[in-house]
Every structure is written in C-alpha cells, then in structure tokens.
Design a protein around this ligand. Structure first.
Ligand code: 4NP
Length: 158
C-alpha cells in the first residue's frame, strides 16, 4: 500500500510543526491508521537545525501525556517531491515555502494547518516563540483540533 506522506512546516521547526507532527501521529495511532501514513516536520529557517523541540513545547505536550523525539531540520525543495501534503502554520510560512516551488504541482501541495480547524477555520497557528507559556497551551489546543481535522479530510479522499 502506498503511504500518504505529510510534512508539517513552521519557521523554526522547534515549536509548532514538531508538535503538529506528534499530534498527527497520536491521532493516527488512536485510529489504527499509522501504517497508512508517514509524516515529518521542517522549518523554513535554518536557525535551529539539529535541536530538539523547545522546552516549553515539550513541557506543554508532557502535561497532556504526549512525549516525542525531535531533531530540527530545514525545509528543502526536494520535500516537494518527497511529500504529498505540505501543511504550513501561518501566511509567512506559506509565502516562504511557495517561493521555493518550481512546478505548479508543488504549489498545489501547500495547505494552511487551520484550514482543517473547525474553530476559526483558516486562521494562522500563532507563533508562540516570543510569548509566555499560555501561548504554548493555545497552540497545543489548536494543533490537536487541526491535526484531527486534517486526518479526517485525508481519510475521506481514500
Ligand atoms: P516555530 O517557532 O516556528 O513554531 O518553531 C519559532 C522558533 C524559533 C524562532 C521563531 C519561531 N526564532 O526566531 O528563533
């Protein structure tokens, strides 16, 4: 069976996209669908290459019983061929990824994470980096809903 390949993208690849990936995996396992998908995450910047997730992201996830491993990497144009869906967190990520597309079918793969959020559909996933811990909690809730919505949509297509 061909696996559906999903890449989550944010700016630093240490806060939002690693958590999105971990939550997507959690929903896959809950639904018994982990064999049908592969996923990864990347940052548009190279600021944090090789780092683990931000300690505030790790803490917020652990408070919800979610533990995951992560090594940050930068988005690369080859990702347009290696993934079927590229899910970005905000408009700035969208612009940065879109600027690297070299074919129309690349651009068509890029989607906003909150297109799949039943609450405030189409909004951005706010960047929690400069804020306090409550921002990380908000991001957790947004990504929990949005990744569940994404999986539901992908399953409808199969
Ligand atoms: P992320 O958050 O894009 O959700 O990983 C950020 C992490 C680091 C920086 C900005 C956003 N930074 O400027 O280093």
């Amino acid at each position: 069976m061909t696996k559906v390949r999903v890449l989550f993208v944010c700016l630093g690849n240490i806060c939002r996209s690693p958590l999105a990936r971990a939550l997507f995996q959690k929903h896959l396992v809950s639904a018994g669908l982990e064999n049908g998908y592969t996923s990864d995450s990347a940052g548009t910047s190279g600021y944090h290459i090789g780092e683990s997730a931000d300690p505030r992201t790790i803490k917020s996830a652990l408070q919800h019983g979610l533990k995951f491993q992560h090594f940050a990497r930068q988005f690369h144009p080859a990702d347009f061929e290696d993934f079927d869906h590229i899910v970005v967190m905000d408009q700035s990520n969208y612009r940065d990824v879109h600027a690297l597309a070299t074919a129309p079918h690349h651009s068509l793969k890029i989607r906003m994470m909150r297109e799949f959020d039943p609450v405030d559909r189409g909004a951005e996933v706010p960047d929690p980096w400069f804020g306090g811990e409550e921002g990380f909690e908000e991001v957790y809730a947004i990504l929990h809903r949005s990744t569940a919505g994404l999986l539901t949509e992908l399953q409808k297509k199969m």
